[in-house]
Design a protein around this ligand. Structure first.
Ligand code: KIV
Ligand code: ZN
Length: 565
């Protein structure tokens, strides 16, 4: 047996039996801060160049981000130059605040203030690690020494800010992160943050952002929420702080950790699109925003052009979004299973019949159209698809509403084609099957000419005459019949050909647009002995469409008989 697990210790949660966060609900969007261009970018094999960062930055502002961490300008010349370009080329729109990250170290802080010169609104985000483990194995420093680093950093930042404000009128706000907050003793996290708030002169009017990184996700999301609640409750200058979350995704639960952290008192979230970031990534802001959206809450971010956003992301990061990625993946609005397809089909029909302001389609938590996606790929046809799936594609993609009784017959034809192909079929292939089976069958009976006229018999009774010619067995035959309607008259005319074994079962029709004009499509179900068969007819005249539907059904049955012979 692999005993490797024995080298790991379970994370010790804090004691918070009177936690209140489980009873809270998220009722509004938090303040979002994108860290794509810093945390996301530093985790790329090939970090973005100026052009790519600009493109991404513009996209983020279009989505609606008002706070964007654009880099770590003191970390490299490239980062510095990119920030200068953003400022000097007037790329930062009105109302957007750029955020810059810096370690709490003097020369880096000074360089950062040089880098932001000329910007209008800036958040200076400084950090040092407070982690229990790092204090032991990396810094070999006491907590007092760690607090001193943060406090000295805060002092210098405040001094440089005041100078900058005076000289250039820059609107500078402060953010401090006790890096690895969740891996720090909570009393130490509270202690260092209170000292930083004091040093920065934070007030309820001029709050400092305290960002609580789950730098490495070490425990279940509820444990992070307990830490956030504990922190908020014990912070001496709580009113002077805006609590921000910065979850990473090592356990794959960053979305949950963020949501529970918001319930525990945070008002701001840092993360990235699609969760790009160090190791397993950061919290996915798109996922979080769309989760709010699906609960009827305005996320204040716009993902209605999801395909475009995904494309820019993939090109800039060289990372592919998984086909199963919530809301954005290629397959997330696709149902392969027959029962899911049927339920979606029914849900869409229900919505069309019962106008309601709410989305009520099973298996689709949100309307794909809200993300700029289409219904067409919702249902894909493979051998596991049910009869409803093929009918759904015919309706949604091509506008043919097959009667319910026909779903089984057509579904079986599609399933057979799927099995033969050994793969999924596209919507166009489904239509091809329909065309081949129902729209292009013209043998053994080929209707050459047809005429229908109604006659008033005098007593208010109207009779219909059918006259036409049919090509059958290399001969042309004239046929005629009289009835109480076009279908009845045509049936009588068919007796001329000796086709007496077919009985009419059902009929339905609707308009279908073909090019510029609209035509009628009729679906005819006939019985022969114990078996039923469907035929489809299309014509600008609704009566002729029915007659074509009857001949189609007969041809399909007779064709099968001939094949069997
Ligand atoms: O994950 C982290 O701790 C960070 C900090 C620098 C905020 O990215
Ligand atoms: Zn991070």
């Amino acid at each position: 047996m692999n005993e490797g697990f024995k080298k790991y210790k379970a994370f010790q949660p804090i004691y918070l039996p009177d936690r209140t966060w489980p009873n809270q609900r998220i009722t509004q969007a938090p303040i979002w801060c994108s860290v794509d261009l810093r945390d996301g970018n530093q985790a790329l094999v090939n970090p973005m160049n100026l052009e790519q960062k600009l493109l991404f930055f513009r996209m983020l502002t279009k989505i609606g981000f008002r706070e964007i961490e654009v880099g770590f300008p003191a970390s490299s010349e490239t980062e510095y130059e990119i920030l200068r370009a953003l400022i000097e080329e007037g790329e930062i729109p009105e109302g957007v605040t750029i955020q810059v990250l810096v370690q709490a170290r003097e020369h880096l802080i000074r360089k950062t203030f040089e880098a932001i010169r000329g910007a209008k609104n800036v958040i200076v985000h400084f950090y040092n690690s407070t982690s229990t483990l790092q204090r032991k194995v990396v810094f070999e420093a006491s907590m007092e020494e760690i607090v001193a680093i943060a406090v000295e950093g805060a002092r210098l930042i405040r001094q440089l800010t005041e100078e900058e404000r005076k000289k250039y009128g820059t609107n500078i706000r402060y953010e401090y992160s006790p890096e690895s907050f969740s891996g720090t003793e909570m009393e130490n996290a509270v202690l260092i943050c209170d000292r930083v708030l004091e040093e920065l002169g934070a007030t309820p009017k001029e709050q400092v952002i305290l960002n609580l990184p789950n730098t490495v996700e070490l425990a279940t999301p509820n444990v992070y929420a307990d830490q956030v609640e504990y922190f908020c409750r014990h912070l001496r200058y709580r009113d002077s702080a805006l609590i921000s979350l910065h979850p990473h995704n090592d356990r794959g639960t960053a979305t949950a950790a963020t949501e529970l952290g918001l319930m525990a008192g945070a008002a701001r979230v840092e993360g990235t699109l699609f969760g790009n970031g160090e190791r397993t990534g950061n919290a996915d802001l798109m996922n979080l925003a769309m989760n709010l959206y699906s609960q009827g809450i305005d996320p204040k971010l716009d993902f209605s052009n999801m395909n475009h956003i995904r494309r820019v992301y993939e090109e800039s990061t060289q990372i592919k979004v998984s086909p199963r990625h919530p809301y954005a993946g290629e397959l997330v609005f696709t149902a392969f299973s027959g029962s899911h397809q049927d339920a979606i089909n029914k849900g869409v029909r229900y919505m069309a019949k019962h106008p309601s302001p709410y989305w009520e389609v099973p298996y689709l938590p949100i309307d794909p159209a809200d993300l700029g996606r289409q219904y067409e790929p919702i249902i894909r046809i493979n051998s596991q698809s049910g009869k409803g799936g093929a009918a759904f594609v015919m309706q949604q993609t091509f506008g043919y509403t097959l009667p319910k009784a026909m779903h089984g017959e057509f579904g079986a034809l599609v399933k057979k084609a799927c099995d033969a192909a050994g793969r999924e079929l596209s919507a166009a292939e489904v239509f091809d099957i329909f065309k081949k089976e129902y729209l292009t069958v013209s043998s053994p009976y080929h209707l050459l000419t047809y005429k229908i006229f109604a006659k008033d018999e005098g007593s208010g009774e109207v009779t219909v005459d059918f006259e036409g010619s049919v090509r059958y067995d290399h001969c042309t035959r004239q046929i005629s019949g009289k009835g109480n309607g076009p279908i009845d008259a045509f049936f009588h005319a068919l007796n001329t050909l000796g086709l007496t074994q077919y009985q009419f079962v059902s009929y339905s029709e609707h308009a279908v647009s073909s090019g510029a004009d609209s035509k009628a499509v009729s679906y005819i179900q006939l019985r022969r002995g114990q078996e039923t068969v469907f035929g489809v007819g299309i014509d600008s005249n609704i009566s002729i469409a029915s007659i074509k539907g009857i001949i189609c059904a007969i041809n399909r049955k007779e064709g099968q008989k001939q094949k069997a012979i």
